[in-house]
Design a protein around this ligand. Structure first.
Ligand code: SAM
Length: 240
C-alpha cells in the first residue's frame, strides 16, 4: 500500500517496534501500512465517528490484519487506557482540536513515549503548547503535497525536569517555522517561507492601495510588516 507524502512523513517518524495509537484514524491507512511493513507490532485505530471507524475496519479486514489492529470508537483519548500504546499519532486535524484532545486526555497521555502530530492549522501554537506541557520537540518534517504545506512534529516527554526550553531557548522564529527545520535549512521550508512572504507582500499592497485606510488597516499593516520581518529573517538563514 502507498501512503500520501504527508502520511509517509508521519509513518517515518514512528519509532520501530512501538505500539501505535492513531486518534482520528479515519480510513486507518497509517496503522495498516505500519503493520504491513512490520515496523510496528500492533495498533489501536481510534475515531470519534462510526463512519470513519467502519472504513478503517473494512480496510483492516481486507488487509487481513484484524489480529494486529484493534478499532475503537473514542472521542479523543477518552477510551484509551494509560499504557496501551507507545506512540500517539494525531494527524489531519486542526491544532485547537488536537490541543483539546491532549488536554482532556491527560491521564492516558502520560503513558506514551512519543507523540507525532500533524496539525492542519495553528502549527506555531501547537509547538508552544507542547513545550508548555513538558514535551520536547525532537524532530520536525515539512511536506509539500498538491500545493499544500504540512508540518509534522515529533515530541517526547521531558524527563527529570531537564527542560530543553531553558537550556536552549526557542525564538519567535523557531515557534513560527520550526526550530529543527530552520537549523537544517530545509529546502521545503524555504519554499514555504517564500510563499508566506508573497502573501504578506500582497496584503501590504492591498492595504497601501485602499482609498481611505482607517485605524484598523494601520494596525493590520503593522502586524503584517512584523510577520514579514520574521519571514525575511528566517530566509536570511539560507544565505550563508
Ligand atoms: N488521521 C487521518 C489522516 O491524517 O489522514 C485522518 C484525518 S481526517 C481529516 C480526521 C479524522 O479525525 C476524522 O476521521 C474524524 O472523524 C476524526 N476526529 C475528529 N475529531 C475527533 C475526536 N475528538 N476524536 C477522535 N477522532 C476525531
Amino acid at each position: 500500500m502507498e501512503l500520501s507524502l504527508r502520511l509517509s512523513a508521519v509513518a517515518e517518524l514512528v519509532t520501530e517496534g512501538n505500539r501505535l495509537v492513531d486518534v482520528g484514524c479515519d480510513h486507518g491507512y497509517l496503522p495498516v501500512y505500519l503493520v504491513e511493513k512490520k515496523k510496528i507490532p500492533g495498533a489501536i485505530a481510534a475515531d470519534v465517528g462510526k463512519g470513519p471507524l467502519s472504513r478503517a475496519e473494512e480496510h483492516i479486514r481486507q488487509s487481513g490484519l484484524e489480529a494486529y489492529i484493534e478499532t475503537r470508537l473514542s472521542n479523543g483519548l477518552q477510551e484509551i487506557e494509560k499504557g496501551e500504546g507507545d506512540t500517539l499519532v494525531i494527524a489531519g486535524m486542526g491544532g485547537p482540536l488536537m490541543e483539546r484532545i491532549l488536554t482532556e486526555g491527560r491521564r492516558a497521555l502520560g503513558g506514551f513515549r512519543e507523540l507525532i502530530l500533524q496539525p492542519q492549522s495553528d502549527v506555531p501554537h501547537v509547538r508552544r503548547f507542547l513545550l508548555a506541557k513538558g514535551f520536547r520537540i525532537t524532530e520536525e518534517r515539512i511536506v509539500l503535497e498538491e500545493g499544500k504545506f504540512y508540518f509534522i512534529i515529533k515530541a517526547v516527554p521531558e524527563t527529570g525536569g531537564n527542560s530543553s526550553v531553558q537550556e536552549n531557548p526557542w525564538t519567535e522564529q523557531d515557534f513560527l517555522f520550526g526550530k529543527s527545520l530552520l537549523e537544517s535549512r530545509h529546502p521545503v521550508l524555504k519554499k514555504y517561507l517564500q510563499r508566506e512572504l508573497m502573501i504578506r507582500d500582497r496584503i501590504l499592497d492591498r492595504i497601501a492601495g485602499a482609498d481611505s485606510p482607517g485605524e484598523k488597516a494601520g494596525t493590520r499593516r503593522n502586524e503584517v510588516e512584523e510577520e514579514r520581518r520574521l519571514i525575511l529573517a528566517a530566509l536570511k538563514r539560507y544565505e550563508s
